[in-house]
Design a protein around this ligand. Structure first.
Ligand code: MN9
Length: 297
């Protein structure tokens, strides 16, 4: 099974000032990712406000990304939804396009009873695109679902033939290592918290999916280079830069901040959509001052 390596950017869904999706900005975004030497694009995930978009918008956004990235960068389509039926529509649509992988969070309204229910649900979704690699998107902080991932792999190995791995967004590093080592390193366990990349590298991670790669890719490229050259002091320095970026985002308030940072790097992605909070202009000014003072490479 193919393993994705390097930095897969969790992309934004660009929006107009009236919060409608601005598909026209997608090609420039993709070109910017190519210039920044990113290794893939994760579409309509948490960073892409997937759960706040309609099914039609998600399909249209994916079409634009797939077209713009064709022959340039691999595309992951996030198809998770509270409705498994909607997920299946999204999967069939994704499979009709030129994309490279699908991924889904657990439906997160009705609590899942355990690993068996999660596996059965993911098997149903993954079966809609049997020829595409499927990644379960594990993000307990947002779905509230913290089912054991080793238990999931044990069951899914038998039930999901196209299971490629997990997009693992949790700081449970002993479980992360177990998932990497599972069945003789059979699966591709991509790591999802940018501020903990160094910890994931120690556990054997090779591929990363992250939002802050959008505006701080050089920091992460330097981190990877330092780690592979066994220069741990420099790798730690790079990780500290990334932590300062994430702290800045947290200080001013989440995804709206990240979209604002895109404006500062010259690729306006517009505002976020409700229920996420937007930034007022005073916050924006102070954020810009702090961001410029960071002097990232
Ligand atoms: O997709 C992102 N996860 C979420 C990955 O948005 C929930 C991460 O890149 C985080 O935004 C980042 C900051 O915590 O690590």
């Amino acid at each position: 099974m193919r393993k994705f390596k390097g930095l897969i950017v969790a992309t934004f869904t660009p929006m107009m000032p009236n919060h409608e999706v601005d598909y026209s900005r997608i090609p420039a975004l993709v070109d910017y990712y190519v210039e920044n030497k990113l290794n893939g694009i994760f579409v309509c995930g948490s960073t892409g406000e997937g759960p706040s978009l309609t099914t039609t918008e998600r399909m249209k956004a994916l079409e634009h990304f797939a077209l713009a990235a064709s022959g340039k960068l691999p595309i992951f389509a996030h198809v998770g939804h509270t409705s498994v039926h909607e997920s299946k529509h999204l999967v069939s649509h994704a499979a009709s396009l030129s994309i490279d992988a699908i991924s889904a969070i657990a439906p997160h309204y009705f609590p899942l009873g355990g690993a068996h229910q999660l596996t059965e649900t993911m098997a149903e979704i993954a079966s809609g695109a049997p020829n595409l690699p499927f990644y379960y998107y594990h993000i307990p902080a947002l779905t509230g679902n913290s089912i054991s991932m080793t238990e999931f792999l044990r069951r899914a190995e038998k039930l999901i033939p196209n299971l490629a791995g997990i997009k693992y967004t949790s700081s449970n590093f002993h479980e992360y290592l177990q998932c990497i080592e599972f069945a003789n390193r059979k699966y591709d366990i991509l790591y999802g918290y940018d501020e903990m990349m160094i910890n994931a590298l120690v556990a054997g991670a090779q591929g990363f999916i992250g939002s802050t790669f959008n505006f701080a890719a050089p920091v992460y490229r330097a981190l990877l280079e330092a780690f592979y050259q066994q220069d741990l002091p420099r790798a730690r320095e790079c990780q500290m830069k990334s932590i300062r970026v994430v702290d800045l985002i947290t200080k001013y308030g989440g995804l709206a901040v990240q979209k604002a940072l895109m404006k500062f790097v010259g690729l306006d992605c517009g505002p976020v959509r409700l229920p996420l909070p937007s930034l007022d202009s005073a916050t924006l000014t102070s954020l810009e001052t702090d961001w410029r003072a960071m002097e990232l490479p």
